[in-house]
Design a protein around this ligand. Structure first.
Ligand SMILES: C[S@@+](CC[C@H](N)C(=O)[O-])C[C@H]1O[C@@H](n2cnc3c(N)ncnc32)[C@H](O)[C@@H]1O
Length: 236
């Protein structure tokens, strides 16, 4: 048999699928369709391509909690945005977090996340390219997001919604694929959100491991305490 006739190695097939997902332009219908068909093999496929975003994001959440957030880890409320099959939630649970909510555009991916048992709630049909209308402002101590600010998925302005649902002095932790950060206005959006007083960049781990074929950046933002309004400032 000619080598070209041989079936592609499993890793290569996964890489092709990932590449296809990067061409979807944030189109909710096409992303939903793609992930509906991927939910059952997603975890195995990600292991094949060395995806380590969930572990790094969860470990950053653990470090941030220990360094900055008062209270027991099991009482820290976390939102996992674009939770997929729950790879991040499983890591967070391993680290002692217990109040973990997740949402995803894909119902089938969120169903898998729920089946891990790591989440209080895992909800499908929630689109981070729009307003998270079912989520109140300032609800979470930590908001985490792995593998979602990636090509063809969620636009950089999704960060603003993640900041909105996170309480003042809480943190947003997100990964970006390196090529996503280079080819979208993500860094410009970070500057804009800082200028608007929505987020403060606390740390960025650049060029960390992400998948075998490409590095990623890991961003840690703090949501600033709101400046007191003019009437609140006045001493009584
Ligand atoms: C590469 S997977 C990452 C899943 C999970 N966070 C992880 O690290 O394993 C990307 C996920 O983002 C979800 N997604 C894509 N676009 C989205 C959107 N606009 N709003 C919410 N989730 C979205 C997909 O359904 C998919 O589950």
């Amino acid at each position: 048999m000619n080598i070209l006739d041989q079936p592609a190695a499993p890793e290569q097939a996964v890489r092709e699928r990932v590449k296809a997902s990067h061409t979807l332009d944030g189109d909710a219908a096409r992303l939903t369709h793609l992930y509906r068909g991927w939910a059952s093999t997603f975890d195995l496929d990600q292991a094949r391509v060395g995806y380590c975003g969930p572990m790094i994001v969860a470990e950053l959440a653990g470090a941030v909690q220990t360094a900055y957030l008062a209270g027991q880890r099991n009482a820290i409320a976390i939102l996992d945005a674009g939770c997929g099959t729950g790879l991040v939630g499983v890591q967070l649970e391993r680290l002692g977090f217990r109040l973990i909510d997740g949402f995803d555009l894909s119902k089938e991916m969120a169903d898998k996340a729920r089946q891990t048992g790591a989440y209080r709630h895992a909800r499908g049909d929630v689109d981070l390219n729009g307003r998270l209308s079912d989520y109140s402002s300032e609800s979470y101590d930590l908001t985490v997001c792995s593998g979602v600010f990636t090509l063809g998925h969620v636009r950089p302005d999704g960060l603003r919604e993640l900041a909105r649902v996170t309480r003042p002095n809480g943190f947003v932790i997100a990964s970006t694929r390196k090529s996503y950060a280079e080819t979208t206005f993500f860094e410009g959006e970070v500057r804009r959100l800082q200028d608007d007083g929505v987020l403060i960049l606390a740390q960025c781990l650049r060029n960390g491991r992400y998948v075998a074929e490409e590095d990623g950046h890991y961003w840690v933002f703090q949501v600033p305490k709101k400046a007191p309004g003019p009437t609140e400032e006045r001493p009584s």
